[in-house]
Design a protein around this ligand. Structure first.
Ligand code: SF4
Ligand code: SF4
Length: 402
């Protein structure tokens, strides 16, 4: 019998522990990482399945309303399981788990690639602007890991301002990839909607902004709804992320009895906006596929607001709003407060330590909270929600700095 490497062993162990904690069935786990061969998971009557599809803007592609985000993937069986439940879009990035996420999606979709859509993303450093050659090399590496000769979507990863889109090498490469058939549509993901969603509507970006992925949830999403409507007016496809508004329900004693209904209500709230084509959720276990796919077709949940209201009341003083930057200007040291708060959310609420560490490591050293221990913390005074900003930043640095 083939012995397991330490990583394979850890992956199996983690899958087993998560499955045991979350009530997975054993037969859903037996296709663990090493030596995985494509294997379908027949649907049982009680298994949740995708109930609704939308057209992804002007791409014309029909997509499941709930799609898989691969920020912390390690097991190809989860991909096939989601595919068998009806999920038909798989979102990843060259940097997710150091390329492992793309590799896992490639293996999970073996044999069914032509019935699935893959979106991957490339991040561009401000210090080393990309060239056409570096962009092409990144795409070729992604295609190899994904075991495919094209991706459906290629996005600029986490575009915080318009610089990447203003780069001629990016614009020309994206257009050329589409002409060559290596990419079907392009766009970007963003954690800074106010600096990108309106700006990307300029005609000069028409050839490359087909689809946009942005944060949208019941805690604060209404602020950006006019921007979403403007995207839709232009035929741009819309993918909502961070729909769980911090995903703190897993820690809340009051939510222990209805942990499954919160994701349904929160995802349903986002999907009730008919300018949203789909919601992307991190699904790295079978249990999470079940939990999030069960939200498909639940758009009417927006009117059933009691569970959302309860969540809002419980997290009001601890949830860092994804669309807020109110404290940033108060910092004399230009600490990247909202980015670091997002890292805190990844490791503390989503339990995605690897992703949190990776995102944190990409932040410029000068924008990390190195001065916070000696600072009186005016950032906390600037926060309208009373969040202990300074303490959270220090804690995040202690946990994620490597
Ligand atoms: S505590 Fe840190 S983030 Fe807050 S104002 Fe001081 S240096 Fe800036
Ligand atoms: S800590 Fe408060 S002020 Fe700062 S980004 Fe988060 S919610 Fe906004």
């Amino acid at each position: 019998m083939k012995s397991l490497s330490r990583r394979e062993f850890s992956t199996k162990l983690a899958a087993g522990v998560a499955g045991a904690m979350l009530g997975c069935q054993a037969d859903k786990r037996d296709a663990a990482d090493g030596g995985w061969t494509p294997q379908s998971h027949p649907r049982e009557a009680t298994d949740p399945t995708i109930q609704h599809h939308n057209t992804l803007g002007r791409t014309g592609i029909r997509v499941s309303d709930v799609i898989l985000g691969g920020g912390d993937l390690h097991e190809p069986g989860v991909i096939r399981y989601a595919f068998d439940r009806g999920v038909n879009v798989f979102d990843t990035a060259a940097t997710y788990v150091g390329g492992v996420s793309e590799d896992v999606i490639g293996r999970g979709l073996l044999g069914v690639r032509d019935r699935a859509h893959i979106i991957t993303k490339q991040g561009f450093s401000r210090r080393r602007p990309p060239t056409q050659r570096s962009i092409a090399n990144l795409l070729e590496a992604s295609l190899r890991r994904l075991q495919t000769d094209y991706v459906d979507g290629l996005f600029i990863h986490s575009m915080e301002d318009m610089r990447a889109l203003q780069n001629d090498a990016v614009l020309e490469s994206f257009v050329r990839f589409k002409q060559e058939g290596k990419v079907l549509f392009t766009g970007f993901s963003t954690h800074n909607e106010r600096r990108t969603l309106v700006q990307c509507l300029q005609p000069r970006y028409d050839e490359v902004v087909d689809v946009v992925m942005f944060r949208y949830n019941h805690m604060e999403g209404e602020h950006i709804e006019p921007m979403i409507q403007a995207l839709r007016t232009k035929g741009i496809g819309t993918i909502a992320m961070k729909t769980l508004a911090g995903g703190k329900h897993g820690h809340l004693r009051e939510f222990l009895s209805n942990q499954l209904s919160y994701p349904q209500a929160a995802i349903g709230w986002a999907l009730a906006n008919n300018h949203i084509d789909c919601a992307v959720l991190s699904m790295d276990t079978y249990a999470l596929v079940d939990a999030y796919v069960s939200a498909s077709g639940k758009q009417t949940q927006r009117t059933n607001g009691s569970v959302l209201r309860q969540y809002r009341e419980l997290v009001d003083n601890s949830y860092c709003r994804v669309t807020c930057t109110a404290c940033e200007d108060s910092c004399p040291h230009q600490v990247a407060i909202s980015d670091i708060m997002r890292c805190h959310m990844y490791y503390n609420d989503y339990r995605q330590r690897r992703k949190a560490t990776a995102v944190y490591s990409f932040l410029p050293h000068s924008r990390k909270p190195l001065h916070c221990p000696d600072c009186s913390g005016p950032c906390a005074d600037a926060c309208p929600y009373g969040i202990s900003v300074r303490e959270r930043l220090i804690e995040t640095h202690e946990v994620l700095a490597v």
